[in-house]
Design a protein around this ligand. Structure first.
Ligand SMILES: [Zn+2]
Ligand SMILES: [Zn+2]
Length: 251
């Protein structure tokens, strides 16, 4: 997925099927080496495209402004605000219309470690339509960790172009938000709503987390699990493989 960023893999089968791309064996969260490079197409503007500090909407490269997750909702539009989030400097502010994420997980892959400057990433999955940017629409910066490019092609990492707070990972159909940006995340309600269901890429960890949650060796729900105590990968525990075997038995 990323077209299938590892982060989206915790989703249900139905949701996961939205991602047409096959799994890759790369440990990166974003697998888009086959994505077209739009650099040449975007180079004709007179402004840098690593961020969109412009209110222009007439060029081809401005079209993203009209699409989710960047589409600005009208005041009168039905967008029930359940949560609000912002970057450190406050330039970027957004609202969420969903009570809780579709899924939440911790990713221990080295790309997440490096890009977040943290032992692991905490990511909450939402539909692109669930977010409304109320500020900073034109102050977002993009980065594709696979191509190491800062133009906007999916999937990509999205940051505040001023203070560099990571805002989200944008996939083809979903976005991954970082709950620590959300107001009230440190309340009981916040902790419960955004509680992670599992860990992934656990063998790449820099810290042991013995919290009783499932620990996948690679993508969530489709790789072998790791032992809670030793962290060792337990061969043959991939839930997807097990499911396949059981289906075969029935036939
Ligand atoms: Zn900021
Ligand atoms: Zn990751």
């Amino acid at each position: 997925m990323l077209l299938r960023p590892c982060h989206f893999s915790i989703l249900s089968k139905r949701t996961a099927s939205l991602f047409a791309r096959p799994l890759s064996t790369s440990p990166r969260c974003f697998k888009m080496s086959d994505a077209p490079n739009h650099n040449s197409k975007h180079s004709r503007g007179d402004e840098p495209h690593q961020y969109q500090a412009s209110s222009r909407t007439d060029r081809e490269e401005d079209q993203w402004k009209f699409r989710a997750p960047y589409k600005i909702h009208d005041k009168g539009e039905n967008f029930p605000v359940k949560w609000k989030g912002k970057c450190h400097c406050g330039t970027i502010q957004y609202e969420l219309s969903r009570d809780k994420p579709l899924a939440s997980k911790y990713c221990h892959c080295t790309t997440c470690q490096r890009m977040h400057g943290a032992p692991f990433q905490w990511a909450a999955i939402f539909h692109k339509e669930d977010i409304n940017f109320t500020r900073g629409h034109h102050d977002l910066g993009w980065y594709d960790p696979t191509a190491k490019s800062t133009t906007h092609h999916l999937p990509c990492k999205v940051q505040c172009a001023y203070c560099r707070t990571p805002i989200m990972d944008e996939g083809r159909n979903m976005i991954l938000l970082f709950p620590t940006l959300i107001e009230g995340i440190n309340t009981k309600e916040g902790r419960e709503a955004f509680a992670a269901q599992c860990h992934m890429f656990y063998p790449q960890r820099v810290v042991d987390i013995k919290d009783g949650l499932p620990k996948f060796s690679r993508l969530a729900d489709e790789s072998d699990l790791c032992d809670e105590e030793t962290g060792e990968v337990m061969e043959g525990t991939n839930p997807k493989e097990k499911e396949k075997k059981e289906e075969k038995k029935k036939e």
